[in-house]
Design a protein around this ligand. Structure first.
Ligand SMILES: [Zn+2]
Ligand SMILES: [Zn+2]
Length: 182
């Protein structure tokens, strides 16, 4: 995919955020502050202060807003939904190279709450993806019972399952069995 390292990281963070939602077919992965803290650690979200109940509620609401961008039926709808998400977000571009990461741009305003931090940085990454004409790469898994989202990074945009080690394998085994029965 023609995207830089930090954009890939932001997109992966957005995907994981959405996939913590029970609406994607699993258990709620952001049911309490402990899980929110794990999410922040998992994705090395920087500059996060002490988290409270308000953060949890705001990030859960943001998760739904990102989910709507991933599941938009067409690009025009994705643009409207992403603009709505970004409209309440203060953005302050700032070059940084924290924690051993190469120089990259942060978009969240200094002192931003976690949800605003995430909507700025992940929202801008998705905005770039749409601007590049890559809206179609925002996908939902095709396996029955799985609604997890992913960003299709394959060259020919041919990926249909959220994770080749789980849903992909499951579907390949099912297809193999079906062929053997036929
Ligand atoms: Zn950073
Ligand atoms: Zn799946």
């Amino acid at each position: 995919m023609p995207f830089g390292h930090d954009m890939v990281h932001s997109l992966a963070t957005a995907v994981d955020l959405v996939n913590t939602s029970p609406a994607t077919g699993g258990e709620d992965g952001l049911s309490d502050l402990e899980q929110l803290g794990e999410f922040v650690e998992r994705w090395e979200v920087s500059g996060v202060g002490e988290l409270g109940a308000a953060d949890l509620n705001q990030v859960r609401a943001l998760r739904d807003a990102f989910h709507k961008v991933f599941t938009a039926p067409d690009q025009a709808t994705a643009v409207i939904r992403l603009n709505t998400l970004l409209s309440g977000t203060r953005i302050t571009p700032r070059l940084t190279e924290h924690d051993g990461h190469p120089l990259h741009v942060h978009y969240f305003a200094p002192g931003a709450a976690l949800s605003e931090h995430l909507s700025a940085d992940l929202g801008v990454a998705l905005a770039h993806l749409l601007v590049e004409g890559e809206w179609e790469r925002l996908r939902t898994c095709s396996a029955p019972g799985c609604e997890r989202v992913f960003v299709d990074e394959s060259r020919n945009r041919s990926r249909v399952y959220c994770d080749s080690r789980t849903c992909g394998n499951r579907m390949h085994v099912a297809a193999y069995r079906a062929r053997r029965r036929a």
